[in-house]
Structure formats: C-alpha cells, structure tokens
Design a binder for this molecule. Sequence first.
Ligand code: GDP
Ligand code: ZN
Length: 378
Amino acid sequence: MAKKKGKLRAEFRKHHESRRRDGDLTRQFHHGAQPLEDVARGERVSGKGKLTRKRTVFGDEVTGDEHGFAVHLDVDLAQALRGRVLAVRGLHSTVVTDEGRQYRCATRRLLKTLSTDARHVVIAGDVVLFRPEGAEEGIILRVEPRHGTLSRTSRQRQHLIASNVDQVLVVGSAAQPDLKPNLLDRFLLSAERTGIRPIVCINKVDLIDAASLQPLVGNYAQLGYATLLVSATTGQGIVRLRRLLRGQQTAVVGQSGVGKSSLLNAVDPNLKLRVGDVSEESQKGTHTTTTATLWPLASGGFVVDTPGIRQMELWDVVPEEMAGFFREFRPFVSRCRFPDCTHVHEDDCAVKDAVADDLIDGRRYESYCRLREGDGLE
Ligand code: GDP
Ligand code: ZN
C-alpha cells in the first residue's frame, strides 16, 4: 500500500449545543479544506464550552485526536485485529476481540507522541485496531472515533475515563439505604449533561411495598426515562434488566450499598463482583487516577465500573446549565422575565409558574433548587 505522507494542519473547533429536545449534546466541526469526514462521524462528548485546537500532524489520514478521536497514521491494517479496551493499567491495555480473546497491548509510540496527555491515548471502552504479536500480546495501531465519553474536569483539564458508553444505569435502593430521589435526580442530571441515555433502576423492592414507589416511578416514566423496579435478592426485574443491558456498554452509578454489585452478579453470575465492598467509600474525595474497567456480560455487552463513576463526583455541571438538563423545564426556561433567571427566587419565572400549574412535578423542582444551591451531593 502506497503511503502518502502529507503534512496536514487541522483546526478543530467544537462546540456543544443542548438545543435538541432529547438532550443530546451535539458537536459541530468547522475545518478547512482538508477532507476530515472521519472526524465528523457523529461523536458526542461530555466536554463543555468551546474548544479550539490546532495541531500539526504528519500522515495519510487523520481521524482525530486524544480528546475523543484517534490519530491514524500510515497504518497497515491488513493483519490488524479489532477489539475493545477493557482496562488500561500503566502502559498496557487489556483488549478483547469480538470472539472473546484477550490481548495485552502496548500502544504504538507514534500514537503516544501525538497526544498531549499520554493517559488519554487509549481509555477503557475504546474500540481499537491492533497488531497481534503472538497469541496474547499486541500493539495498538489506531483508536476508532469515540462517542459517549465520560470525563472529569480537574484543574482545568479534562480527564477521560471511559468511552463509547451507550447508557447509564442509575441505581437507587428502595430501603437500606433509604431511597433518595434527590440523588437520583443528581445522577440523571449528570447523565443528561453527557448526552448518554439514563435508565432509572430502583433495587431492594423486596424490602418495601412497591405501590409506594408508584408516584416517583410514574414521574420518571412520564419524563421518558426507562424505569425498573428490581430486587437482586428475589430476582424480580432481573430478566428485564438483563435485556436492557444486552449488547450495550453501560456505566453503573449509584450510592454505595444500593446493590450495584449484587445486581450485576444477578444479571451475570460469572462476574462474581464483591458484594458489600466498602473500598469505594475510601476513594471518596480523593483525586487519584480513576481507572475504569469494563466487564463483559455473558448475555452480550459490557458494564463499566469505576469508583469515580459510581460516585459521579466527576460529572461536574455548571449551575447555569442545570435547568436545561431537567428535561421537563426546557419548554419554560426561555419564557422567564429575566434571561439569567435561576428559577429559584425570581419573580415572573415561567418554571415556577409551571410548578404552580402542575406542569412540572413539585418534587423535581425541589430537587432542582437543592442541586442549584450546591446541595444533594451526598
Ligand atoms: P453496592 O455498594 O451498590 O455495590 O452494593 P452491594 O451489591 O455491595 O450490596 C450492598 C448490600 O445490599 C449487601 O449487603 C447486599 O446483600 C444487599 N442487597 C443487594 N441487593 C439487595 C436486594 O435486592 N434486596 C436486599 N434486601 N438486599 C440487597
Ligand atoms: Zn425562571
């Protein structure tokens, strides 16, 4: 294959808009005359604000960069295999092929040097092309364009944690610990911000009278969220949960102790996740590296697990953006008297009017106010 080495200066300007009714954050690209179609392959990211990047690269093809794109250079793909990154540990990634074979892979040096932050070259969830070296090892040549990226911003920098996440399973428990709808809303808000589809899952329904959950479940269902009542102990709802996870890459979030590990074990007993593990508590508040792990499900698909994702401290939301992520507020937010209305204390607030008219659920509005005031993180 002839390798055409061209010098290519690419400017990517991306910005996110939340104008779509379903909350997807779309990203648009403006670029010069270079054919960068590959870049524009409908990616969604969780980043915020406007970013402009300029980068000079050498190569025959550009498919992106470390912020959700791969850079593809002179790659001879004839013998390459395709796989998904289950975990990244140090310089090595565990990659699994569609057939279920696992390879320990290093990353091609050229890929690394093109990245401004080596940690972001390859992340859990990435779909990669790699060259096998023997039966169990390989070298990652290329990272395919990402979607559904989970990230955390710290010290002005965006840290990517996992990519290609299709949905977020927001788990709460009906009791022990008590149901905290406010916390569910907090998780939903974070999911809305990333544009990744959330599913509401309330576990431990064996401990309560399920009828008592109907108002809450009815409200979420009305907002268009898939909502499940389940019990890892009795098996109630597990078949439906398994079906929802099948073939998808799902991030599982929720307070410690609500039964996330138990539920995943119920969905796939091969996982054998530790139940009642308190180690995630000790991770709270620390800002050490958050490494994600993907667990393949026997029924197809993957679940994404990291302590950081579980706590969701990482999914920072700017207060001014919050109302837009409460999907039922959206028809009203532009009708307030003040363009910068917080919908908490202002007069002539269309959101508050909607609550008074029962067009917005009062409990959700209270949740919003608490989150807006910086409450609801615990
Ligand atoms: P995680 O921290 O969210 O992963 O929660 P675990 O899966 O470790 O479970 C926490 C505790 O809740 C354990 O003692 C489990 O046995 C218990 N538990 C999990 N699911 C259920 C359930 O459906 N019903 C009841 N009664 N207890 C459960
Ligand atoms: Zn308002």
